[in-house]
Design a protein. Structure first.
Length: 264
């Protein structure tokens, strides 16, 4: 089945093309310095932070790798079916791909709208992780997953309106993103320990390790451990490691099998 790869590839091409048009045409508004605190010195021309911008290609690659695995899954076993349907896997691949152009929109333009796109993409991936974990933990169906997903993203948008700075993570939207990821980790651990599905939890450990390393680098670079004019940017490493985490999270999802027909 090639549909996951075709759909995700189309999302990658269209979203990247729209980003190029938006950056070139100034569609996202004026440079207001959004994202300027991520160390890299702004450059003249269309792309303000080239290293931080290009590193977002990692998300596009990760999403396409997810789609490739979803497209070439072996047939389900009648006695041990896969828990994540291919349609949901495809949706996850598209969400991961969209992280790239959305985050690049902020770093390329430093505009307010670019910043909103960046945060929305973070809410989408964190909302997916927490909602998919919750629906499996509570043994609910697709409608519950969709409702939980919308609720998570909407809640993040509301929390992100808080204007005051937040200790450590600086911005209320970052806090909402982090809380959803913690919820996902807790629920995934409980699903594994409950043991009513077979799941390769080691994949989740790799994803978590990559995310924790990414966060450590994010903290250090925000604390001033960086060179604004260097091609080695801590925030670029954050992007690449988060892309690794997103891919291995899918490997966790893809490994889960149910001893009875899948419920979701």
């Amino acid at each position: 089945m090639t549909r996951p790869l075709v759909v995700t590839g189309a999302v990658a091409v269209v979203s990247t093309a729209l980003l190029a048009l938006a950056v070139g045409g100034g569609w996202l508004g004026p440079d207001v310095g959004r994202g300027a605190d991520f160390c890299e010195a702004p450059h003249g021309g269309w792309v303000r932070q080239p290293v931080n911008t290009l590193s977002n290609l990692g998300f596009v690659v990760a999403g396409l790798l997810v789609a490739g695995r979803a497209a070439h899954r072996p047939p389900d076993s009648a006695t041990s079916p896969r828990v994540m349907p291919t349609a949901v896997a495809t949706a996850y691949a598209c969400v991961v791909v969209l992280l790239g152009p959305a985050s690049a929109a902020m770093h390329a333009t430093q505009t307010e709208w670019g910043g909103h796109l960046d945060m929305l993409s973070m809410y989408l991936v964190a909302g997916f992780a927490s909602s998919w974990a919750w629906v499996r933990w509570t043994r609910r169906g697709p409608a519950a997953f969709a409702a939980a997903y919308v609720a998570c993203v909407a809640a993040c948008e509301v929390v992100g309106l808080w204007p005051e700075p937040i200790p450590v993570v600086h911005y209320s939207g970052n806090l909402a993103f982090g809380v959803l990821l913690v919820v996902a980790v807790v629920l995934e651990t409980r699903i594994w320990r409950r043991g009513d599905t077979v799941i390769a939890f080691r994949h989740g450990v790799v994803a978590l390790a990559a995310m924790l390393l990414a966060f450590a680098i994010w903290l250090l670079s925000n604390a001033g451990w960086c060179d604004p004019d260097s091609v080695l940017q801590g925030h670029a490493a954050w992007h690449l490691l988060c892309a690794v985490a997103a891919y291995w999270l899918f490997r966790l999802y893809d490994s889960e099998r149910s001893p009875s027909p899948a419920r979701v």
